[in-house]
Ligand binder design. Structure first.
Ligand SMILES: [Fe+2]
Length: 475
Protein backbone atom coordinates (compact mmCIF):
# COMPACT_ATOMS: atom_id res chain seq x y z
CA UNK A 1 0.00 0.00 0.00
CA UNK A 2 1.40 3.41 -0.99
CA UNK A 3 1.56 6.21 1.61
CA UNK A 4 -0.90 8.24 -0.50
CA UNK A 5 -3.52 5.50 -0.07
CA UNK A 6 -3.20 5.46 3.73
CA UNK A 7 -6.29 6.65 5.60
CA UNK A 8 -6.02 10.31 6.62
CA UNK A 9 -6.10 9.33 10.30
CA UNK A 10 -3.06 7.05 9.79
CA UNK A 11 -1.11 9.88 8.15
CA UNK A 12 -2.00 12.20 11.03
CA UNK A 13 -0.96 9.68 13.69
CA UNK A 14 2.34 8.94 11.90
CA UNK A 15 2.93 12.70 11.73
CA UNK A 16 2.28 13.16 15.48
CA UNK A 17 4.45 10.14 16.38
CA UNK A 18 7.25 11.53 14.21
CA UNK A 19 7.08 14.89 15.97
CA UNK A 20 6.98 13.26 19.42
CA UNK A 21 9.89 10.93 18.62
CA UNK A 22 11.86 13.78 17.05
CA UNK A 23 11.40 15.97 20.14
CA UNK A 24 12.32 13.08 22.44
CA UNK A 25 15.40 12.26 20.38
CA UNK A 26 16.49 15.90 20.33
CA UNK A 27 16.18 15.97 24.10
CA UNK A 28 18.19 12.75 24.49
CA UNK A 29 20.81 14.11 22.10
CA UNK A 30 21.10 17.44 23.91
CA UNK A 31 21.43 15.77 27.33
CA UNK A 32 24.04 13.28 26.07
CA UNK A 33 26.02 16.01 24.34
CA UNK A 34 26.06 18.31 27.33
CA UNK A 35 27.01 15.55 29.78
CA UNK A 36 29.72 14.20 27.43
CA UNK A 37 31.20 17.65 26.91
CA UNK A 38 31.07 18.50 30.57
CA UNK A 39 32.66 15.25 31.71
CA UNK A 40 35.54 15.40 29.24
CA UNK A 41 36.16 19.10 29.70
CA UNK A 42 36.47 18.61 33.41
CA UNK A 43 38.97 15.81 32.93
CA UNK A 44 41.06 17.75 30.41
CA UNK A 45 40.91 20.97 32.39
CA UNK A 46 42.03 19.26 35.59
CA UNK A 47 44.90 17.45 33.90
CA UNK A 48 46.35 20.53 32.15
CA UNK A 49 46.04 22.59 35.31
CA UNK A 50 47.90 19.90 37.30
CA UNK A 51 50.67 19.83 34.67
CA UNK A 52 51.00 23.63 34.86
CA UNK A 53 51.16 23.49 38.65
CA UNK A 54 53.78 20.69 38.53
CA UNK A 55 55.83 22.80 36.10
CA UNK A 56 55.70 25.83 38.39
CA UNK A 57 57.32 23.71 41.15
CA UNK A 58 60.52 23.51 39.07
CA UNK A 59 60.94 27.29 38.94
CA UNK A 60 63.10 29.57 41.10
CA UNK A 61 61.02 32.77 40.93
CA UNK A 62 63.41 34.68 43.23
CA UNK A 63 66.02 34.52 40.46
CA UNK A 64 63.72 36.15 37.90
CA UNK A 65 64.76 39.67 38.94
CA UNK A 66 68.37 38.68 38.33
CA UNK A 67 67.52 37.18 34.91
CA UNK A 68 65.81 40.40 33.92
CA UNK A 69 68.91 42.37 34.83
CA UNK A 70 71.28 39.96 33.15
CA UNK A 71 69.58 37.52 30.74
CA UNK A 72 72.35 34.91 30.69
CA UNK A 73 71.38 31.29 31.37
CA UNK A 74 73.29 29.75 34.26
CA UNK A 75 73.41 26.14 35.40
CA UNK A 76 70.28 26.48 37.57
CA UNK A 77 68.45 28.00 34.61
CA UNK A 78 69.44 25.14 32.31
CA UNK A 79 68.32 22.51 34.83
CA UNK A 80 64.88 24.14 35.08
CA UNK A 81 64.64 24.35 31.29
CA UNK A 82 65.51 20.65 30.94
CA UNK A 83 62.88 19.74 33.53
CA UNK A 84 60.29 21.77 31.66
CA UNK A 85 61.29 20.12 28.37
CA UNK A 86 60.92 16.65 29.91
CA UNK A 87 57.48 17.60 31.19
CA UNK A 88 56.44 18.85 27.74
CA UNK A 89 57.71 15.69 26.06
CA UNK A 90 56.17 13.33 28.63
CA UNK A 91 52.76 14.93 28.48
CA UNK A 92 52.86 15.64 24.77
CA UNK A 93 52.25 19.37 25.24
CA UNK A 94 52.34 21.92 22.42
CA UNK A 95 54.27 24.52 24.34
CA UNK A 96 55.21 25.64 27.81
CA UNK A 97 56.31 29.15 28.65
CA UNK A 98 57.09 31.36 31.64
CA UNK A 99 57.05 35.07 31.08
CA UNK A 100 56.46 38.36 32.78
CA UNK A 101 53.70 40.38 31.24
CA UNK A 102 54.19 44.11 31.05
CA UNK A 103 50.93 45.43 29.74
CA UNK A 104 50.31 46.92 27.38
CA UNK A 105 53.75 46.86 25.75
CA UNK A 106 55.46 43.44 25.77
CA UNK A 107 56.13 40.11 27.41
CA UNK A 108 59.47 39.28 28.83
CA UNK A 109 60.37 35.63 28.27
CA UNK A 110 62.03 33.53 30.99
CA UNK A 111 61.40 30.04 29.67
CA UNK A 112 59.96 28.90 26.39
CA UNK A 113 59.87 25.41 24.91
CA UNK A 114 58.06 24.53 21.71
CA UNK A 115 58.87 20.93 20.62
CA UNK A 116 57.02 21.35 17.34
CA UNK A 117 59.84 23.75 16.56
CA UNK A 118 57.80 25.89 14.25
CA UNK A 119 60.48 28.53 13.92
CA UNK A 120 63.30 26.21 12.91
CA UNK A 121 65.13 26.62 16.24
CA UNK A 122 64.45 24.77 19.49
CA UNK A 123 63.36 28.03 21.00
CA UNK A 124 62.68 31.27 19.14
CA UNK A 125 62.32 32.97 22.45
CA UNK A 126 65.52 32.81 24.49
CA UNK A 127 65.81 34.13 28.01
CA UNK A 128 65.23 37.86 28.03
CA UNK A 129 63.45 37.94 24.72
CA UNK A 130 60.85 40.61 24.68
CA UNK A 131 57.89 40.38 22.37
CA UNK A 132 55.57 43.19 21.59
CA UNK A 133 52.32 42.51 23.33
CA UNK A 134 49.14 43.80 21.79
CA UNK A 135 46.49 45.17 24.02
CA UNK A 136 43.87 42.77 22.61
CA UNK A 137 46.15 39.84 23.47
CA UNK A 138 46.13 40.92 27.05
CA UNK A 139 42.77 39.39 27.34
CA UNK A 140 40.45 38.77 30.23
CA UNK A 141 42.06 35.43 31.16
CA UNK A 142 45.60 36.79 31.22
CA UNK A 143 44.47 39.75 33.26
CA UNK A 144 42.71 37.49 35.78
CA UNK A 145 45.81 35.33 36.17
CA UNK A 146 48.45 38.01 36.17
CA UNK A 147 46.59 40.61 38.20
CA UNK A 148 44.26 38.55 40.40
CA UNK A 149 46.32 35.37 40.72
CA UNK A 150 43.67 32.99 39.41
CA UNK A 151 44.38 29.55 37.91
CA UNK A 152 42.54 29.34 34.60
CA UNK A 153 42.11 27.10 31.60
CA UNK A 154 41.34 28.59 28.19
CA UNK A 155 39.83 26.61 25.35
CA UNK A 156 40.61 27.32 21.74
CA UNK A 157 38.61 25.15 19.35
CA UNK A 158 39.55 24.96 15.68
CA UNK A 159 41.91 27.91 15.65
CA UNK A 160 44.67 28.33 13.04
CA UNK A 161 46.94 26.11 15.13
CA UNK A 162 44.27 23.45 15.80
CA UNK A 163 42.16 22.88 18.88
CA UNK A 164 43.91 23.22 22.19
CA UNK A 165 43.54 24.10 25.86
CA UNK A 166 45.90 26.36 27.73
CA UNK A 167 46.32 26.43 31.49
CA UNK A 168 47.63 29.71 32.83
CA UNK A 169 48.75 30.12 36.43
CA UNK A 170 50.63 32.88 38.31
CA UNK A 171 54.19 32.43 39.51
CA UNK A 172 54.94 33.98 42.95
CA UNK A 173 58.32 34.91 44.41
CA UNK A 174 59.09 34.34 48.09
CA UNK A 175 57.54 37.72 48.93
CA UNK A 176 54.20 36.58 47.51
CA UNK A 177 54.48 38.85 44.49
CA UNK A 178 53.42 37.66 41.07
CA UNK A 179 56.55 37.80 38.98
CA UNK A 180 55.56 35.71 36.00
CA UNK A 181 52.81 33.76 34.30
CA UNK A 182 53.24 30.08 33.43
CA UNK A 183 51.35 28.76 30.44
CA UNK A 184 51.03 25.12 29.36
CA UNK A 185 49.21 24.27 26.18
CA UNK A 186 47.96 20.87 25.07
CA UNK A 187 46.42 19.79 21.80
CA UNK A 188 42.86 18.56 22.19
CA UNK A 189 42.19 17.64 18.59
CA UNK A 190 41.78 14.10 19.87
CA UNK A 191 38.99 15.30 22.16
CA UNK A 192 37.33 17.26 19.37
CA UNK A 193 37.48 14.18 17.12
CA UNK A 194 36.12 11.96 19.90
CA UNK A 195 33.28 14.41 20.39
CA UNK A 196 32.49 14.40 16.65
CA UNK A 197 32.51 10.58 16.68
CA UNK A 198 30.25 10.64 19.74
CA UNK A 199 27.83 13.04 18.04
CA UNK A 200 27.77 10.82 14.95
CA UNK A 201 27.13 7.74 17.09
CA UNK A 202 24.34 9.41 19.05
CA UNK A 203 22.64 10.72 15.90
CA UNK A 204 22.72 7.31 14.18
CA UNK A 205 21.55 5.48 17.31
CA UNK A 206 18.80 8.01 17.91
CA UNK A 207 17.61 7.81 14.27
CA UNK A 208 17.53 4.01 14.27
CA UNK A 209 15.73 3.96 17.62
CA UNK A 210 13.32 6.64 16.39
CA UNK A 211 12.57 4.67 13.24
CA UNK A 212 12.03 1.51 15.25
CA UNK A 213 9.59 3.23 17.61
CA UNK A 214 7.73 5.02 14.79
CA UNK A 215 7.19 1.68 13.03
CA UNK A 216 6.27 -0.04 16.30
CA UNK A 217 3.82 2.65 17.45
CA UNK A 218 2.34 3.17 13.99
CA UNK A 219 1.83 -0.60 13.64
CA UNK A 220 0.20 -0.84 17.05
CA UNK A 221 -2.07 2.17 16.49
CA UNK A 222 -2.98 0.90 13.06
CA UNK A 223 -4.02 -2.52 14.32
CA UNK A 224 -5.64 -1.37 17.53
CA UNK A 225 -7.48 1.80 16.47
CA UNK A 226 -7.17 2.72 12.80
CA UNK A 227 -8.19 -0.62 11.28
CA UNK A 228 -11.52 -0.74 13.18
CA UNK A 229 -12.17 2.96 12.46
CA UNK A 230 -11.54 2.41 8.74
CA UNK A 231 -13.77 -0.70 8.81
CA UNK A 232 -16.59 1.29 10.42
CA UNK A 233 -16.09 4.26 8.05
CA UNK A 234 -15.99 2.02 4.95
CA UNK A 235 -19.10 0.18 6.06
CA UNK A 236 -21.10 3.35 6.84
CA UNK A 237 -20.04 4.81 3.45
CA UNK A 238 -21.07 1.59 1.68
CA UNK A 239 -24.40 1.51 3.49
CA UNK A 240 -25.05 5.23 2.91
CA UNK A 241 -24.58 4.82 -0.84
CA UNK A 242 -26.37 1.50 -1.34
CA UNK A 243 -28.62 0.95 1.70
CA UNK A 244 -28.12 -2.76 1.20
CA UNK A 245 -27.95 -5.34 3.98
CA UNK A 246 -25.52 -4.63 6.89
CA UNK A 247 -22.04 -6.03 6.35
CA UNK A 248 -20.74 -8.82 8.60
CA UNK A 249 -17.28 -7.21 8.49
CA UNK A 250 -18.35 -5.04 11.39
CA UNK A 251 -18.69 -8.13 13.60
CA UNK A 252 -14.97 -8.77 13.11
CA UNK A 253 -14.20 -5.58 15.07
CA UNK A 254 -13.37 -7.29 18.36
CA UNK A 255 -12.25 -4.22 20.32
CA UNK A 256 -13.41 -4.28 23.92
CA UNK A 257 -13.56 -0.49 24.02
CA UNK A 258 -15.81 2.23 22.59
CA UNK A 259 -14.76 1.27 19.06
CA UNK A 260 -16.15 -2.23 19.56
CA UNK A 261 -19.39 -0.75 20.94
CA UNK A 262 -19.56 1.69 18.01
CA UNK A 263 -19.07 -1.09 15.43
CA UNK A 264 -21.79 -3.16 17.06
CA UNK A 265 -24.18 -0.18 17.28
CA UNK A 266 -23.57 0.69 13.60
CA UNK A 267 -24.29 -2.95 12.69
CA UNK A 268 -27.55 -2.96 14.69
CA UNK A 269 -28.55 0.45 13.32
CA UNK A 270 -27.95 -0.64 9.73
CA UNK A 271 -30.08 -3.73 10.39
CA UNK A 272 -33.00 -1.58 11.58
CA UNK A 273 -32.64 0.93 8.74
CA UNK A 274 -32.35 -1.88 6.21
CA UNK A 275 -35.49 -3.61 7.53
CA UNK A 276 -37.40 -0.31 7.44
CA UNK A 277 -36.27 0.37 3.88
CA UNK A 278 -37.32 -3.14 2.85
CA UNK A 279 -40.77 -2.67 4.42
CA UNK A 280 -41.16 0.70 2.74
CA UNK A 281 -40.10 -0.73 -0.63
CA UNK A 282 -42.47 -3.66 -0.28
CA UNK A 283 -45.30 -1.27 0.59
CA UNK A 284 -44.56 0.89 -2.44
CA UNK A 285 -44.37 -2.11 -4.73
CA UNK A 286 -47.58 -3.61 -3.34
CA UNK A 287 -49.38 -0.28 -3.69
CA UNK A 288 -48.17 0.12 -7.26
CA UNK A 289 -49.16 -3.49 -8.04
CA UNK A 290 -52.62 -2.88 -6.57
CA UNK A 291 -52.99 0.23 -8.68
CA UNK A 292 -51.77 -1.64 -11.75
CA UNK A 293 -54.38 -4.34 -11.11
CA UNK A 294 -57.01 -1.64 -10.91
CA UNK A 295 -55.90 -0.26 -14.28
CA UNK A 296 -55.85 -3.68 -15.89
CA UNK A 297 -59.25 -4.58 -14.40
CA UNK A 298 -60.78 -1.70 -16.35
CA UNK A 299 -59.94 -3.45 -19.61
CA UNK A 300 -61.32 -6.97 -19.88
CA UNK A 301 -58.78 -7.82 -22.59
CA UNK A 302 -55.64 -6.69 -20.81
CA UNK A 303 -55.65 -8.58 -17.52
CA UNK A 304 -52.18 -8.76 -16.01
CA UNK A 305 -50.77 -6.53 -18.80
CA UNK A 306 -49.11 -3.99 -16.48
CA UNK A 307 -47.48 -6.64 -14.26
CA UNK A 308 -46.09 -8.50 -17.29
CA UNK A 309 -44.78 -5.31 -18.93
CA UNK A 310 -43.14 -4.45 -15.62
CA UNK A 311 -41.49 -7.90 -15.47
CA UNK A 312 -40.25 -7.72 -19.06
CA UNK A 313 -39.00 -4.14 -18.59
CA UNK A 314 -37.03 -5.20 -15.52
CA UNK A 315 -35.50 -8.13 -17.43
CA UNK A 316 -34.44 -5.82 -20.28
CA UNK A 317 -32.99 -3.31 -17.78
CA UNK A 318 -30.98 -6.06 -16.02
CA UNK A 319 -29.57 -7.31 -19.31
CA UNK A 320 -28.72 -3.70 -20.24
CA UNK A 321 -26.53 -3.57 -17.12
CA UNK A 322 -28.66 -1.26 -14.96
CA UNK A 323 -28.13 -1.26 -11.19
CA UNK A 324 -30.61 -3.00 -8.90
CA UNK A 325 -32.09 0.33 -7.76
CA UNK A 326 -32.48 1.50 -11.39
CA UNK A 327 -34.13 -1.82 -12.26
CA UNK A 328 -36.56 -1.30 -9.37
CA UNK A 329 -37.50 2.21 -10.55
CA UNK A 330 -37.98 0.91 -14.09
CA UNK A 331 -40.17 -1.93 -12.74
CA UNK A 332 -42.40 0.49 -10.81
CA UNK A 333 -42.57 2.93 -13.69
CA UNK A 334 -43.56 0.12 -16.08
CA UNK A 335 -46.20 -1.11 -13.61
CA UNK A 336 -47.88 2.29 -13.82
CA UNK A 337 -47.19 3.09 -17.48
CA UNK A 338 -50.88 2.86 -18.41
CA UNK A 339 -52.20 4.55 -15.25
CA UNK A 340 -53.66 7.30 -17.47
CA UNK A 341 -56.19 4.78 -18.80
CA UNK A 342 -58.09 5.34 -15.55
CA UNK A 343 -59.28 8.58 -17.14
CA UNK A 344 -60.42 6.94 -20.38
CA UNK A 345 -64.10 5.94 -20.36
CA UNK A 346 -64.79 2.21 -20.03
CA UNK A 347 -66.99 2.34 -23.09
CA UNK A 348 -64.01 3.19 -25.26
CA UNK A 349 -61.54 0.86 -23.59
CA UNK A 350 -63.87 -2.14 -23.76
CA UNK A 351 -65.44 -1.37 -27.14
CA UNK A 352 -65.87 -4.36 -29.40
CA UNK A 353 -64.82 -3.57 -32.90
CA UNK A 354 -62.90 -0.75 -34.50
CA UNK A 355 -62.52 2.57 -32.67
CA UNK A 356 -63.60 5.76 -34.40
CA UNK A 357 -61.01 8.45 -35.00
CA UNK A 358 -62.55 10.48 -32.17
CA UNK A 359 -62.36 7.52 -29.76
CA UNK A 360 -58.77 6.85 -30.75
CA UNK A 361 -57.94 10.51 -29.94
CA UNK A 362 -59.33 9.95 -26.45
CA UNK A 363 -57.22 6.79 -26.03
CA UNK A 364 -54.14 8.80 -27.08
CA UNK A 365 -54.62 11.14 -24.14
CA UNK A 366 -53.70 8.41 -21.63
CA UNK A 367 -49.94 9.19 -21.57
CA UNK A 368 -50.61 12.83 -20.61
CA UNK A 369 -53.23 11.80 -18.10
CA UNK A 370 -50.72 9.34 -16.63
CA UNK A 371 -48.29 12.21 -16.07
CA UNK A 372 -50.99 14.21 -14.27
CA UNK A 373 -51.65 11.26 -11.96
CA UNK A 374 -47.99 10.45 -11.24
CA UNK A 375 -46.52 13.95 -11.16
CA UNK A 376 -46.63 14.16 -7.38
CA UNK A 377 -44.71 10.92 -6.82
CA UNK A 378 -41.20 12.26 -6.35
CA UNK A 379 -39.47 9.29 -4.70
CA UNK A 380 -39.46 7.03 -7.76
CA UNK A 381 -37.10 8.50 -10.40
CA UNK A 382 -38.52 8.97 -13.94
CA UNK A 383 -41.88 7.44 -13.02
CA UNK A 384 -43.69 10.07 -15.14
CA UNK A 385 -41.42 9.46 -18.15
CA UNK A 386 -42.52 5.80 -18.35
CA UNK A 387 -46.19 6.79 -18.55
CA UNK A 388 -45.51 9.79 -20.81
CA UNK A 389 -43.26 8.32 -23.52
CA UNK A 390 -44.09 4.60 -23.81
CA UNK A 391 -46.06 5.21 -27.04
CA UNK A 392 -43.29 7.20 -28.72
CA UNK A 393 -41.60 5.49 -31.69
CA UNK A 394 -37.90 5.52 -32.48
CA UNK A 395 -38.62 6.93 -35.96
CA UNK A 396 -40.66 9.82 -34.49
CA UNK A 397 -44.09 8.56 -35.62
CA UNK A 398 -45.40 7.86 -32.11
CA UNK A 399 -47.38 9.96 -29.64
CA UNK A 400 -47.96 12.16 -27.62
CA UNK A 401 -44.87 14.29 -28.49
CA UNK A 402 -43.65 12.62 -31.69
CA UNK A 403 -40.07 12.54 -30.36
CA UNK A 404 -37.51 10.37 -32.13
CA UNK A 405 -34.26 8.47 -31.37
CA UNK A 406 -32.35 9.42 -28.26
CA UNK A 407 -34.67 12.41 -27.70
CA UNK A 408 -37.18 9.96 -26.24
CA UNK A 409 -36.26 9.41 -22.58
CA UNK A 410 -34.57 6.02 -22.15
CA UNK A 411 -37.26 4.60 -19.87
CA UNK A 412 -39.90 5.37 -22.52
CA UNK A 413 -37.89 3.55 -25.23
CA UNK A 414 -37.38 0.57 -22.91
CA UNK A 415 -41.03 0.20 -21.82
CA UNK A 416 -42.16 0.64 -25.45
CA UNK A 417 -40.39 -2.62 -26.40
CA UNK A 418 -41.82 -4.54 -23.42
CA UNK A 419 -45.31 -3.06 -24.02
CA UNK A 420 -45.34 -4.08 -27.69
CA UNK A 421 -44.01 -7.54 -26.85
CA UNK A 422 -46.81 -8.10 -24.31
CA UNK A 423 -49.46 -6.84 -26.76
CA UNK A 424 -48.34 -9.52 -29.21
CA UNK A 425 -48.06 -12.29 -26.64
CA UNK A 426 -51.48 -11.65 -25.03
CA UNK A 427 -54.87 -12.90 -26.06
CA UNK A 428 -57.16 -10.50 -27.79
CA UNK A 429 -60.89 -10.82 -28.49
CA UNK A 430 -60.11 -11.34 -32.15
CA UNK A 431 -57.00 -13.59 -31.78
CA UNK A 432 -54.93 -15.72 -29.41
CA UNK A 433 -51.26 -15.09 -28.65
CA UNK A 434 -49.04 -14.86 -31.73
CA UNK A 435 -46.38 -17.51 -32.26
CA UNK A 436 -42.99 -16.81 -30.73
CA UNK A 437 -41.45 -16.85 -34.20
CA UNK A 438 -43.94 -14.22 -35.40
CA UNK A 439 -43.34 -12.01 -32.37
CA UNK A 440 -39.58 -12.29 -32.82
CA UNK A 441 -39.91 -11.26 -36.46
CA UNK A 442 -42.07 -8.25 -35.54
CA UNK A 443 -39.58 -7.06 -32.95
CA UNK A 444 -36.70 -7.55 -35.37
CA UNK A 445 -38.52 -5.61 -38.09
CA UNK A 446 -39.21 -2.79 -35.66
CA UNK A 447 -35.48 -2.20 -34.83
CA UNK A 448 -34.64 1.42 -35.57
CA UNK A 449 -38.20 2.25 -36.71
CA UNK A 450 -40.60 1.43 -33.89
CA UNK A 451 -38.00 0.37 -31.34
CA UNK A 452 -34.74 1.53 -29.83
CA UNK A 453 -32.16 -0.85 -31.39
CA UNK A 454 -30.36 -1.61 -28.09
CA UNK A 455 -33.48 -2.56 -26.13
CA UNK A 456 -35.08 -4.39 -29.08
CA UNK A 457 -31.94 -6.53 -29.48
CA UNK A 458 -32.01 -7.34 -25.75
CA UNK A 459 -35.69 -8.34 -26.17
CA UNK A 460 -34.63 -10.67 -29.01
CA UNK A 461 -32.04 -12.25 -26.69
CA UNK A 462 -34.71 -12.73 -24.03
CA UNK A 463 -36.97 -14.39 -26.62
CA UNK A 464 -34.12 -16.65 -27.72
CA UNK A 465 -33.45 -17.64 -24.11
CA UNK A 466 -37.14 -18.44 -23.59
CA UNK A 467 -37.06 -21.89 -25.24
CA UNK A 468 -40.48 -22.96 -23.89
CA UNK A 469 -42.21 -19.65 -24.72
CA UNK A 470 -43.22 -18.98 -21.13
CA UNK A 471 -43.09 -15.19 -21.53
CA UNK A 472 -46.68 -14.66 -22.58
CA UNK A 473 -50.18 -14.36 -21.22
CA UNK A 474 -51.48 -17.70 -20.07
CA UNK A 475 -55.17 -18.51 -19.95
FE1 LIG B 1 -50.27 2.52 -23.16
Amino acid sequence: MKFKQFPVITKKIIFYILIAVFLLCSLVFAISYISFNHQFREQYDASIREIAEAASDFLNPDDFAKYRENPVPDEKYNTVLENLQTLVDNFDLNVIYVSAVEPPEYTHIFYYYDPVNKHGKWSPYPLGYEEEYYEESYNRTTRLVYEKGEHLVRHTIKSRSGSHITAQIPVYDSNGKIVALLGAQKNIQEFVNARARFVQFVIITVLITALFFVVLFAGYFNLRFIKPIVQITDETNRFASSSEKPNNNLLSVKNRDELGVLANSVYQMEGIVSTNIETLNRMTTETAEALASAIDAKDKYTRGHSARVADYSRSIARKAGKSESECRSIYLSALLHDVGKIGVPNSIINKNGKLTEEEFKVIKTHPDMGVQILVNITQIPNICDGAHYHHERYDGKGYPEGLSGEDIPEIGRLIAVADAYDAMTSNRSYRGTLTQEHVRKEIENGIGTQFDPEFAKIMLELIDDDKDYTMREVE
